[in-house]
Structure formats: structure tokens, C-alpha cells
Design a protein around this ligand. Structure first.
Ligand code: AQP
Length: 332
């Protein structure tokens, strides 16, 4: 909370091309707060380097992610949109919070376990302390709500623990944030392995539908989605592929699960998959058109990055100043 106004904060890493998982689990929900909350939405490029990135790709994706924020409905005049590395207070507060985070807590983070297994040749300290940088991102803005997909809930819960620990020693420093996980789209699964989360860094491009995929590609990917040997479109745990497709269809059409089961009763998987692909590509068309226009003017995107980072820095400086004072650092 800043000056009696509630705050929403979230971010997306430019670590790959954004997926419909990122869109349905996070991005699409950001704009729900634009009217009533002070909103900070950040392209978290510093998080992305916990895994090796090609510099040219990282740069391009940083522009693209900012453009997608706007294309997905975030008005830069109503939301503070910026790039994490442009606001140095994030990294500075992260170091301080490292000193208030326990080794055991970080060791228990599911994402650390998954990513260190996936990148066994590069289990760097940044991968391990990623959640304290995320805590710094959130706590710098006195955040009340953090809209995220379910995979990030554990990190927001750790952020709450860190904030409470700090507040106990130094009262009234941080607002303790709440994770907000939307009831639909909280975890979109891979089309190739439907028991695994859809991820932008998945090497199998057919497992992932990107927000910017064209209609034919989207339909082809859904047609090839792994399902089961049954033919019934039914929402059941033993049918993870179909369950995932029903979820996706529900997110894009707003239809409820029983209604979808009814709509596709007696119809084969082929027809259902085609309908999912069409609903998805139709819903993304407007986002894709807006994205193309935004990307045609890089100078405008840079101006927006500058405006956003100046706004964010003002708030970040206030919180960091308070933290430094409470800790006993000398103010010159
Ligand atoms: N499959 C998903 N379903 C629902 N929500 C998802 N999110 C990610 N994947 C899904 C949500 O998107 C937001 C941004 O995610 P991130 O960029 O911070 O990193 P992530 O959670 O690690 O996402 P990815 O796509 O899996 O990236 P990589 O492959 O780089 O690790 C978050 O709110 C996240 O919950």
C-alpha cells in the first residue's frame, strides 16, 4: 500500500517467447487491477540470466515482452511498465533480503530443484537466490497483491515469510503481499507431456503454444497434442491431455467445464482439438495485431521503458531509503 492506494506487482522473464501459459496464468490477469490499484508490471531481465541467455535474444525479448504487456491490454498511462535492470534498487534490496532468508528455505523451493536438475552444468548462486530477488521486486513497491500462475505461489509465500521476519525486527517496513492465482489458467500444461507445465524455455516447440504463433501453427500444435486412446471429451484426472485442452478452451471461450463436455459429447478428439485451436487463435488475434504495431516503433518502446523506470524508481527509492535507515546504514 502506497499513500492509501493498494498496489499490484508482477513480472515475466524474457527468457523465451511467451506462451499461452504466461498469458492465461499471468499477463491476462494483470489488467484486472489497473483501475483500482497502483500497478507495477516489470520485465524481469535480471531473473532471466540465472540461465545462460544469448545477449541479442535477451535484448529482443525484453522489447517484445514490454510490447506484449501493452498488447495484452495494459495501458502505460494507467500502469507502471518497466524493465527490472533499469531500477537498480531491485538488486540492492535483494542483497539485504539475502541476509534475512534462510539457506533451508531456499533449498526447499520447487523451481530451484527443477531448474538445477535441468541445468545441472550451471547451478549458480543466482538460481538459488532467485526467490530473494523476487521478494525484493515485490516488497520494494509495498505490494498488496501479486497475480501469478500457481508455479510462482511458493515464491510469493516465501516473500511473505521474509517480509514478516523483517517487520518483526524492524516494524512497519514492508506491506505483506498476497499471491493471487486465477481459478482458471493457473497451470497450463505442455501439449507433449500434459503432466508437465507448459514453459517458454521448453526445447520442444510443439509442446508449447506461443502467444505470437500464427493460426495455422496453433491449429497444427493442438491437432498434435498428446491425449489418450479414449474418445470421450471428459474432464478427469486420468485424462491429463484432455483435461488440459478443456481448461484452455474454457479460458479462451469463458465456457464452463460441464458446458464444454456437453458441447463435444459424441464428437471425436479431432473436432474438439480443432475447436480449441480456433478459439485460441481467434482470442490471440487482437493481441498479435497490437504487438506488431508496437514493435514497429522501438523508439516509442524505449521512451515507455524510460518513463516506466523513472516512475518505478521513485517508489523503489522510498522503500529502500526506509530499509537502509532501519538497518543503521549511514545516510549522507
Ligand atoms: N504453464 C503456465 N500456466 C500458467 N501460468 C504460467 N506461468 C508460467 N507458465 C505458466 C506464469 O507466468 C508468469 C511469468 O512466468 P516467469 O516468466 O516468471 O517464469 P516461469 O514461471 O518460470 O515461466 P516459464 O514460462 O516456465 O519460464 P521458463 O521456461 O523460463 O522457466 C508467472 O506468473 C508464472 O506463474
Amino acid at each position: 500500500m502506497f499513500n492509501d492506494q493498494k498496489v499490484s506487482f508482477s513480472g515475466v522473464q524474457p527468457s523465451g517467447n511467451l506462451t499461452i501459459g504466461n498469458y492465461l496464468g499471468a499477463l491476462r490477469n494483470f489488467s484486472h487491477y489497473s483501475e483500482a490499484y497502483k500497478c507495477f508490471y516489470c520485465v524481469v531481465d535480471e531473473h532471466a540470466i540465472t540461465v545462460r541467455q544469448n545477449p541479442a535474444d535477451l535484448r529482443r525479448r525484453t522489447y517484445e515482452t514490454l510490447a506484449l504487456y501493452i498488447a495484452c491490454g495494459l495501458d502505460p498511462n494507467k500502469n507502471t511498465l518497466y524493465v527490472q535492470s533499469h531500477v537498480h534498487e531491485h538488486a540492492e534490496l535483494a542483497w539485504i533480503l539475502d541476509c534475512f532468508t534462510m539457506f533451508g528455505e531456499l533449498s526447499r523451493m520447487t523451481q530451484f530443484k527443477d531448474k538445477s536438475a535441468k541445468h545441472a552444468d550451471n547451478v549458480n548462486a543466482g538460481l538459488f537466490t532467485y526467490p530473494t530477488l523476487m521478494a525484493a521486486d515485490i516488497l520494494l513497491y509495498q505490494t498488496d497483491v501479486v497475480p501469478v500462475g500457481i508455479d510462482q505461489k511458493q515464491h510469493v509465500e516465501l516473500t511473505r515469510d521474509i517480509a514478516n521476519r523483517f517487520n518483526q525486527l524492524y516494524p512497519d517496513t514492508f506491506t505483506v503481499p498476497e499471491p493471487v492465482v486465477s481459478s482458471t489458467g493457473m497451470k497450463i500444461m505442455s501439449l507433449a507431456e500434459p503432466t508437465k507445465k507448459m514453459s517458454k524455455s521448453d526445447e520442444n516447440v510443439n509442446a508449447v503454444v506461443y502467444i505470437l504463433d500464427d493460426k495455422d501453427t496453433i491449429i497444427r500444435k493442438f491437432k498434435r497434442a498428446v491425449t489418450d486412446s479414449d474418445t470421450e471429451v471428459r474432464y478427469a484426472d486420468e485424462k491429463p491431455g484432455i483435461q488440459n485442452l478443456i481448461n484452455i478452451y474454457s479460458c479462451f471461450t469463458g465456457k464452463k467445464i460441464p458446458e464444454i463436455e456437453q458441447e463435444f459429447r459424441g464428437v471425436g478428439y479431432g473436432e474438439f482439438k480443432l475447436a480449441v485451436g480456433e478459439a485460441c487463435s481467434q482470442a490471440l488475434e487482437g493481441v498479435q495485431n497490437a504487438f506488431k504495431e508496437l514493435m514497429s516503433d522501438k523508439k516509442q518502446l524505449e521512451d515507455l521503458m524510460k518513463k516506466g523506470s523513472e516512475e518505478a524508481s521513485w517508489y523503489a527509492r522510498r522503500t529502500l531509503g526506509k530499509v537502509r535507515k532501519k538497518l543503521g546504514f549511514i545516510q549522507l
